[in-house]
Design a protein around this ligand. Structure first.
Ligand code: FAD
Length: 427
């Protein structure tokens, strides 16, 4: 295990161990979570594990409510629920993701070379504000930044350096172990003032001085550029209104009539690596497949700690699934493309097609049409599923977070839809 994965668990077992270590302190999370301290003891450091669903949000929420009063851990529950809100928000507005990717490509092609050169220097930790340069290096070296550091750094990029937000978001996306199309893109948009239009997040020196451990500010170089009186919001980029699509529900498990008597494979991917703890647990797949898609990884320029994390998590998920479903489990590393690989293996194994959790909006979600088309060429199909938790939560992200949270809060504080009965048996 590398040093990064020791701090940011990349297997289910390691994630649960970290959780057990954190759980007794969960009631202090609300008071301590904003402090940025080396080693990040006051936050869970589980975002990459949750992102890959080595453990689900509902399992963590269930565990919290089993061991603490709701009010004592409300802040942590709320943060866990933020992820669902962002996921649902983007799922309902996929154009925000495709516009973001198009904007990154456009900037790379057309931006003033001086802007691109400055962006490179800032990303490399040579921007000239020592604490921000330290954060840039931390991100590159470890694949992680504390939430407050993400806010400050994104604010610095946008409002102090006046660099394009999309290029900064792409930098985070390439390096974060927990890189998530929803949390990252929408987090950046929020800092820019696009998400809640006109409400930007500014990085203020006084805020850093309040929340950073002393070692972060030991070198004060450049801090004057963050003086409260100096920092002001960058002009908002123009953008067309966001189109909201209609929700398309999915079952948590394929109907027996859809499965028929065919041989089905189970495709596992990096958005859900605990399929054996879902409604698919009683499926009888003929084969389980995980695919490391080298082409897609290269296209998105994923940094090596992120690639290493993904490989460890995929191997862990596949190993658990193979044991649970007691069938052939195959890890495939391919340069031919994801859709082609799924079609080829389905044909070689004589499958009717694949059962899979439907990837959400993002790089994997973008692959859905080509996967369906490649399989359809041989008369095969994918039966997409979605966890009930997502199916209930995501469509509710139609407006602002606080309405979303109020509904979740009512449900969770009353124990309704008891998360304890869901995926919790991890003791
Ligand atoms: C500009 C920016 C970019 C971000 N990019 C990502 C990203 O790509 N992937 C990602 O997972 N998170 C992202 N976040 C959200 C947040 O910073 C991370 O989830 C959090 O810092 C992860 O560390 P942790 O697990 O120790 O969090 P903790 O503080 O321990 O929080 C527990 C869990 O709650 C959830 N959570 C906490 N804060 C947030 C938040 N603000 N938004 C959504 N969920 C949250 C995460 O699942 C997290 O693991 C981003 C935030 C900003 C401001």
């Amino acid at each position: 295990m590398d040093a990064t994965q020791a701090l940011f668990p990349a297997t289910r077992e390691a994630a649960l161990a970290r959780w057990q270590q954190f759980l007794p302190r969960a009631s202090r999370y609300g008071a301590l979570r904003n402090r940025v301290v080396s080693g990040h003891p006051d936050v869970t450091r589980l975002s990459a594990a949750i992102r890959a669903r080595l453990v689900t949000t509902e399992a963590f929420v269930g565990s919290l409510l089993e061991t603490h009063r709701f009010e004592a851990v409300e802040k942590l529950v709320q943060e866990l629920v933020w992820r669902d809100y962002w996921k649902g928000w983007l799922e309902l507005r996929p154009g925000v993701w495709s516009d973001f990717r198009a904007e990154v490509a456009r900037i790379r092609r057309q931006a003033d070379p001086a802007v691109l050169a400055r962006a490179e220097a800032v990303m490399a930790g040579r921007g000239g504000i020592a604490v921000m340069d330290r954060f840039a290096r931390e991100l590159i070296e470890t694949g992680y930044l504390h939430n407050h550091a993400r806010m400050w750094w994104a604010g610095y990029w946008i409002h102090v350096e006046r660099l394009p937000w999309a290029l900064g978001a792409d930098f985070f996306y390439r390096h974060l172990l927990d890189a998530d199309p929803a949390s990252n893109t929408l987090g950046w948009r929020w800092v820019a003032g696009l998400q809640t239009r006109g409400k930007a997040y500014l990085p203020r020196r006084s805020n850093l001085e309040n929340y950073c451990a002393p070692e972060f500010l030991a070198d004060p170089t450049g801090l004057e550029r963050l003086d409260d009186a100096v920092v002001s919001a960058a002009p908002l980029p123009a953008e067309s209104p966001t189109e909201r699509i209609a929700w398309r529900p999915l079952p948590e498990r394929p109907e027996a009539s859809a499965l028929g008597s065919g041989r089905w494979g189970l495709w596992m991917h990096g958005e859900d690596l605990s399929v054996e703890r879902s409604a698919l647990a009683d499926l009888r797949p003929a084969v389980i497949l995980s695919v490391f898609d080298a082409r897609r990884v290269a296209a998105f320029g994923m940094a090596s700690p992120r690639v290493a994390y993904l490989k460890t998590a995929l191997a862990d998920g596949l190993d658990r699934a193979g044991r649970h479903f007691a069938c052939h489990a195959e890890a495939c590393e391919t340069g031919e493309g994801l859709a082609e690989t799924l079609a080829r293996v389905a044909q070689e194994r004589g499958l009717a097609g694949w059962v899979a959790m439907r990837p959400s909006v993002g790089p994997l979600g973008e692959a859905i049409p080509s996967i369906e088309a490649a399989l359809a060429r041989d008369g095969r199909r994918v039966l997409w599923c979605r966890r009930r938790w997502d199916e209930q939560a995501w469509p509710q992200a139609s407006a602002g977070f606080f309405g979303f949270w109020e509904k979740a809060r009512r449900r969770l504080s009353a124990g309704a839809g008891d998360p304890r009965q869901s995926e919790l048996s991890f003791r």
